[in-house]
Design a binder for this molecule. Structure first.
Ligand SMILES: CCC[C@@H](CC(=O)O)C(=O)C(=O)O
Ligand SMILES: [Zn+2]
Length: 339
């Protein structure tokens, strides 16, 4: 694969119905990098060595050096690992602190179930995996109990470099680093996060498809009180155009990240991420930062700010009526035929 990864386009990737441009790949010293980040545009930074100390983090190394703790592993019958927030089931009885109708948990099918296992068990199951078996995806926040050697590697990340980015772009605090170890073919379906993300690829490759916040209306996210909050309802591979007609207007950008690449995923940008061949598994580590303080509001307001406003409207209305089911009805009454 050439370093500019153009030959990936010939790779046997899933074909989608919407057009996809390329996310720029720039050396981290290129001044355009910070211009793009300032404009909340995605960009792949090469050569930063941000997680160079983790370049040896393959399955054997991690199996030997991640200690004896239990790690969160998602298991899915399909290739999809759509995030399901169990806490919302509790909150559903008190959206934004207000008691609402009890909703039986069974109402929500769980595409992937969450369990815990030791890294040795996970590594064994990954090595023995064969097509047709249920898929595994380890997703664990790194912390001081992640094994002494791994912690030593972690300390040797380029914290000077990444902290300078955090300060330059006025991001909030680093919330955590999520270690992701998944099988080739695993898919994290289209969703957005409310955090800035420097997504560092360590082993294997990932195809990352991104859409700007302005395409909210094409991606039909679940309501904020739903366990699939922030996740698109649309199956990009098999869209139900009768339910989601605006999906035909979707257009995105993509890239393939490999070891050493760092993809900047701006806050509120939609992303759909697939672990791709040739490696059997991939290892990534993300750096999630809280949003920075809202400075002077400039008009017209930006797409990502509209998403934040829509989220607050949904939460406020659910609280006001104490029943999420009423929100849709009220909003249709408010808008249809009037605006
Ligand atoms: C749970 C986080 C998964 C990750 C995507 C992926 O690597 O599968 C992502 O969506 C992010 O870093 O924001
Ligand atoms: Zn994400």
């Amino acid at each position: 694969m050439t370093t500019d990864n153009t030959d990936w386009h010939q790779h046997d990737f899933k074909k989608y119905s919407f057009p996809l441009g390329d996310i720029p790949r720039l050396h981290h010293t290129d001044p355009q990098v910070d211009e793009l980040i300032k404009k909340k545009q995605p960009v792949v930074l090469t050569g930063s060595n941000l997680v160079g100390a983790a370049s040896k983090w393959d399955l054997d190394y991690l199996e030997k050096n991640m200690g004896n703790g239990e790690f969160t592993v998602f298991i899915s019958e399909t290739d999809k690992f759509k995030f399901f927030d169990e806490k919302k089931l509790v909150e559903i009885r008190s959206v934004a602190g207000v008691h609402v109708k009890d909703r039986p948990a069974k109402e929500y099918p769980r595409p992937a179930k969450s369990t815990t296992m030791k890294i040795q068990e996970f590594a064994r199951r990954l090595r023995e995996w064969k097509s047709g078996d249920e898929r595994l995806y380890l997703q664990q926040a790194l912390n001081s109990s992640s094994g002494a050697s791994v912690v030593q590697d972690f300390i040797r990340f380029r914290w000077d470099w990444v902290t300078a980015k955090q300060k330059l772009h006025n991001w909030g605090k680093l919330t955590y680093n999520l270690l992701l170890i998944g099988l080739e073919g695993n898919v994290t379906p289209c969703h957005y996060d409310e955090q800035e993300n420097l997504f560092a690829q360590i082993h294997g490759h990932k195809r990352c498809i991104l859409f700007p916040p302005e395409q909210f209306e094409c991606l039909y996210p679940h309501p904020v009180w739903h366990p699939h909050d922030r996740q698109s309802q649309v199956d990009l591979e098999n869209p139900d155009l009768s339910r989601f007609p605006k999906m035909t207007n979707l257009h995105g950008v993509q890239t393939v990240v490999g070891p050493g690449d760092v993809l900047y995923i701006p806050i509120y940008w939609w992303h759909h991420i697939e672990s791709v061949k040739p490696a059997k598994y991939s290892v990534s580590l993300n750096f999630w930062y809280k949003a920075g303080p809202v400075g002077q509001v400039e008009y017209p307001i930006k797409g990502y700010q509209k998403v934040a406003i829509m989220r607050n409207v949904e939460k406020m209305l659910a609280e006001a009526m104490q029943d999420p089911e009423e929100v849709g009805t009220l909003l249709k009454t408010l808008v249809l035929g009037r605006f």
